[in-house]
Design a protein around this ligand. Structure first.
Ligand code: ADP
Ligand code: ASP
Ligand code: MG
Length: 408
């Protein structure tokens, strides 16, 4: 008998029909003898609907109250699923995040899980019940409701699996695994049988929205066996585990893209020590995360400096940059919200040269101009005009032979 955590995302519980299908799946697994903990998201579209209600009332809604509001979406689903399970004579109990003591820090809207008290869940399992837990939410030390950031139910599931030392954490979604690229963009994308934590983390960080980044960090830290599979059809899905030395790795395992960034440039600032700090210090002080940074070689003691931020932070960052530009005597500032970051990821890159030139050559052949480049041990990212999103991702997907599963 195994202990399995099953997580069902928004589209998997998006209607009464879907909740019935999930209840059948959960009840079957329970009857087969496994202990089952279920983590659910809000019904698809519900979190967006609630967010819009709040934004119709205030431009920047109070963050504490936003969490009180957003957490209700998941509370509806736990009750509905438990009702459906009970109707199948499958004993179940639903719990909010607070009720199973998912303790987080105080960062409303993007809280991090600090601790989970798994005792209550274990007791319920010992009574033969299925435990149904609301994803995406927790409680801080003062008893305030917190939420974990968009896609946070993945993190609830993996953290729960770690706390319970579950045999496997299964993330059921609307695709049957992690693909070589977003299947909505590349129709020839292929499901991967296995991926390492490290590769999955890079893919998630670089924009693949199939798993929340924090969930992969948790899985890697606590060695949780993680599997992504479809709630709509049977199949083995994608198993995400630690790197296996004996496995032959493809050089490139996937292509990720991120449409959520914008870039800002300050032109003609003095090329002297401390200039990067003068520009980025005020941005960091405003709690704005900077992703890529490029500083050109100085000419005539002047240099240009470009960086990217989340699109939601663009206006705020631009206002700060305008102030800095005046203080630094910059020649000009400009910005671009019409960009996309495309990345190739693979642990095999560590031991293979020439990936970057192959990537740049393929993009050049299609006439795609590269605006920024950044690299790490297992990824290369480029920023290009957003009109090249699909062409760029598809070109790289076929350049690295990902559709036919070649080891590149
Ligand atoms: P859920 O509601 O179940 O949490 P999400 O919408 O958060 O589901 O995640 C699933 C979606 O992730 C898929 O529909 C797919 O479009 C997208 N996605 C992006 N990149 C990938 C990838 N590399 N492999 C699989 N899915 C991906
Ligand atoms: N309901 C939340 C969201 O839409 C959390 C989740 O689905 O994982 O982001
Ligand atoms: Mg999700």
């Amino acid at each position: 008998m195994a202990l399995i955590v099953q997580k069902f995302g928004g589209s998997s519980v998006g209607s009464i029909e879907r909740i019935n299908a999930v209840a059948d799946k959960v009840a079957d697994a329970r009857r087969a003898g496994d202990d089952i903990v279920v983590v659910v998201s809000a019904m698809s579209g519900e979190t967006d609907r609630l967010l819009k209600l709040a934004r119709d009332l205030a431009k920047a809604p109070n963050s504490r109250e936003l969490d009180v509001l957003l957490s209700t979406g998941e509370q509806v689903t736990i009750a509905l699923l438990s009702i459906a399970l009970e109707a199948r004579n499958c004993p179940a109990l639903s719990f909010t995040g607070a009720q199973v003591c998912i303790r987080t820090d105080r960062a409303y809207n993007k809280a991090r899980i600090l601790e989970i008290d798994a005792d209550k869940v274990k007791k319920c399992l010992a009574q033969g019940r299925v435990v149904v837990i609301a994803g995406f939410q927790g409680i801080d030390d003062d008893g305030n409701i917190t939420t974990l950031g968009r896609g946070g139910s993945d993190t609830t599931a993996v953290a729960m699996a770690a706390a319970l030392k579950a045999d496997e954490c299964r993330i059921y979604t609307d695709v049957d695994g992690v693909y070589t690229a977003d299947p909505r963009i590349v129709s020839k994308a292929r499901r991967l049988d296995t991926l390492t934590y490290e590769e999955t983390l890079e893919l998630a960080s670089l924009g693949s929205k199939v798993l929340q980044i924090r969930s992969v960090e948790f899985a890697s830290k606590y060695n949780v066996q993680l599997r992504v599979l479809s709630s709509f059809e049977e199949g083995p899905g994608t198993l995400i585990t630690a790197e296996d030395e004996t496995m032959e790795q493809a050089i490139i395992s996937g292509i990720a893209h991120n449409k959520d960034e914008a870039k800002l440039t300050i032109v003609g600032v003095p090329d002297r020590p401390g200039i990067a700090y003068s520009i980025l210090g005020p941005i960091a002080d405003a709690n704005i995360e900077v992703d890529m940074i490029v500083q050109n070689v100085g000419v005539d003691n002047l240099t240009d400096f470009t960086f990217t931020v989340h699109r939601n932070d663009y206006d705020k960052a631009m206002a700060i940059l305008k102030k800095s530009a005046a203080g630094l005597g910059a020649r000009d500032i400009n910005g671009d919200t019409g960009i996309v970051k495309i990345s190739v990821v693979g642990v095999g890159m560590r031991s293979h040269a020439g990936i970057a030139s192959k990537m740049f050559n393929a993009l050049a052949r299609e006439g795609i101009n590269i605006m920024m480049i950044s690299t790490s041990e297992i990824k290369i990212s480029v920023v290009v005009n957003e009109k090249y999103l699909e062409l760029g991702v598809r070109t790289l997907h076929s350049e690295f032979g990902l559709e036919n599963g070649q080891s590149n």
